[in-house]
Write a protein that binds this ligand. Structure first.
Ligand code: BTN
Length: 328
């Protein structure tokens, strides 16, 4: 079988974890994994580079002493119950932007559900050309490659699906009710805890692929945010008072997002609409939405089946498909 070194690493971690404190020798490992002993050596070397503490003793073999606080494919896959999301994972210590990488991978035919995750981004992208602060090991910085067979005008619904999945995952893990601020923010007590950036490759009537970029501030303390974000951003840790497992949050999010996404592809947003509305921070608020040169003011009344925000203005109802919302 032709396996990549990453697959061997994943299986080796699983094997060492299963054997707890017991040493496993190279010969046994190579037999169990069906690879050459040199590949075992290479996999151990690579895992140590990722800060796995693997003890080796002459004549005894290897044992896993400690796994690092990193989001690694093997760890993600161990508990992940999805059909397509995260079946293929690219994980990095440091990248410019997982969205940029995702875009490149998608152009070279990466399959639907491919996940790109990084510990740190140096050029994290936010909406409207803004940057996204992505310090090492504190958050979830990830992108998913999707290839939905839907018309491009329905794509904004994906952002809402991702926001809903994130709010549900945060609730499941912490009990905290995060809110979805249409179209792409996730808020706790009015402060931004997560954001979603959709990037599309499409023709007029069909989508080639969508990169759904998700950033979540997980274990930041107040001091970890730069001054310009201090008053608007927050993290889950700040709200619950302790660190939470980025890995569990990630798996929970992926499972929820996949379920909602598959439903969305078949049935649109309508089955999720009531839930989306109940998590929405804007409904019933007086808002302005800036969209290009246009500015709409009115009462945010509804989110329709296409994911558009319905605003009651002085001149009647207006549907907005994208924009920057300010609550008045
Ligand atoms: C926003 O609220 O402006 C959207 C922020 C999206 C940030 C995420 S982090 C992972 C992915 N890669 C990026 O470069 N951006 C998105």
């Amino acid at each position: 079988m032709n396996r990549t070194l990453q697959t061997v690493e994943e299986e080796l971690v699983g094997l060492l974890q299963k054997h707890g404190d017991t040493f496993l020798n190279t010969k046994d490992i190579s037999l169990k994994l069906g690879v050459h002993p040199y590949t075992v050596y290479q996999a151990v070397r690579e895992l140590r580079r990722w800060e796995f503490q693997i003890q080796s003793e002459r004549g005894k073999g290897y044992r896993l002493v400690e796994s690092p606080n990193l989001i690694l494919p093997a760890e993600i896959k161990k508990n992940l119950k999805t059909k397509i999301f995260g079946k293929k994972i690219y994980s990095y210590r440091k990248v410019g932007s997982t969205n940029m990488l995702g875009f490149r991978l998608a152009e070279t035919k990466a399959e639907e559900g491919t996940l790109i995750v990084a510990e740190e981004q140096t050029k994290g992208k936010g909406r409207m050309g803004r940057s996204w602060y992505s310090p090492p090991q504190l958050g979830l910085w990830m992108s998913l490659i999707l290839r939905p067979d839907i018309p491009p005008f329905k794509a904004p619904g994906l952002s809402i699906c991702a926001g809903l999945a994130l709010a549900l995952a945060i609730k499941e893990m912490t009990g905290i009710e995060a809110k979805i601020k249409w179209p792409n923010d996730c808020l706790i007590d009015g402060n931004k805890v997560g954001g979603i950036l959709l990037e599309l490759s499409a023709e007029l009537d069909r989508i080639n692929f969508v990169i759904v970029g998700i950033g979540v501030n997980v274990n930041h303390s107040e001091k970890d945010f730069p001054k310009d974000l201090a008053s608007t951003a927050t993290s889950i840790k700040i709200k619950v008072g302790h660190n939470i497992s980025r890995l569990s949050l990630l798996t929970s999010f992926l499972e929820k997002f996949e379920r909602i996404y598959l439903d969305f592809k078949k049935n649109g947003l309508s089955p999720q609409r009531e839930m989306i509305k109940s998590f929405s921070s804007l409904l019933g608020e007086k808002v302005t939405v800036k969209f290009g040169k246009e500015k709409i003011e009115g009462m945010a009344e509804d989110i329709d089946d296409n994911g558009s925000l319905v605003i009651r203005t002085k001149k009647g109802e207006k549907m907005v498909t994208a924009g920057e919302v300010t609550v008045l």
